[in-house]
Design a protein around this ligand. Structure first.
Ligand SMILES: NC(=O)c1ccc[n+]([C@@H]2O[C@H](COP(=O)([O-])OP(=O)(O)OC[C@H]3O[C@@H](n4cnc5c(N)ncnc54)[C@H](O)[C@@H]3O)[C@@H](O)[C@H]2O)c1
Length: 249
């Protein structure tokens, strides 16, 4: 197997690609030569993003099993296969949110439903197609909040801890199909969804990183390209913090 970083001839699905990190990932994957599908619940934004970066858009609510199946079938029809899946869609709930004793049960369930169950559903529907390419790749989006036990967003932290754990089980179950499964754990990154984060909190991150600056989406895209490429063929079940050294494995 070649060890190059080119994604030429790879078809890659990025969930939650309409905006934020998913948009940056999709755009960099297109630039690296991949055919990219973005799947998102946001139809207008998703179509606009797809048009602007040269990807194809697919509407999906990742919590809806039959909708996920339909979406994957449509991706296969239009792209011809799936070589790589980036499980990026999530409810990225607020840093500085409620303490664990104040989280509402409905909110907890919604976050788990999207971030954990949704990630599993998309993976489940994609596996038969990923298995066909011999070295299929899955990259799950965790978060470094799950590695250091961030406060005031425990529902989100728990969901991302589950993503790390699922990554390991998926890797063990899917290795025999030639599929590798890894996750990345970004630190707080500047996107639309983190605009509300108080400046003091952002400052705390900057000061406590080894690399003392704001994290941008472009700080993460290289690791996404790597994990979608043949260069990562023998790496599986791993969680890579991409956070300027805020948390070290
Ligand atoms: N931005 C950060 O600081 C940061 C840090 C660590 C991890 N992450 C993770 O990175 C990923 C992207 O986060 P982001 O900051 O870009 O947030 P975001 O809210 O901008 O992006 C999430 C995307 O997922 C989509 N989505 C949500 N629910 C969906 C559903 N049910 N079906 C289909 N699509 C759905 C949204 O429409 C959106 O496009 C998430 O998994 C998040 O947990 C983000």
């Amino acid at each position: 197997m070649s060890q190059s970083i080119s994604l030429h001839k790879k078809s890659i699905l990025v969930t939650g690609g309409a905006r934020g990190l998913g948009k940056a990932f999709a755009s960099s994957l297109v630039e690296a030569g991949a055919k990219v599908a973005i799947a998102d619940i946001l139809v207008e934004e998703g179509n606009a993003t797809a048009n602007s970066i040269g990807a194809q858009f697919f509407e999906v609510d990742i919590t809806d099993p039959s909708g996920v199946t339909r979406c994957i079938e449509e991706v296969i029809k239009r792209l011809g296969g799936i070589d790589g899946l980036v499980n990026n869609a999530a409810i990225a709930t607020g840093i500085g949110g409620p303490r664990m004793t104040d989280i509402e049960v409905e909110v907890w369930d919604k976050v788990m439903n999207v971030n954990v169950r949704g990630t599993w559903l998309v993976t489940k529907a994609s596996v038969p197609h990923l298995a066909k390419c011999g070295n299929g790749k899955i990259l799950n989006l965790a978060s470094d909040t799950a590695l250091w036990g961030a406060t005031n967003l425990m529902h989100y932290v728990a969901s991302k801890g589950a993503v790390v754990a699922m990554t390991r089980s998926m890797a063990n179950e899917l290795g025999e199909k030639g599929i590798s499964v890894n996750c990345i754990a970004p630190g707080l990154t500047e996107v639309e969804a983190t605009e509300y984060v108080p400046e003091e909190r952002k400052q705390l991150y900057r000061e406590n990183r080894s690399l003392k600056r704001t994290q941008m989406p472009s700080d993460i895209t290289g690791s996404v390209i790597f994990f979608m490429s043949d260069a990562s063929d023998f790496i599986t079940g791993q969680c890579l913090p991409v956070n300027g050294g805020f948390v070290m494995n």
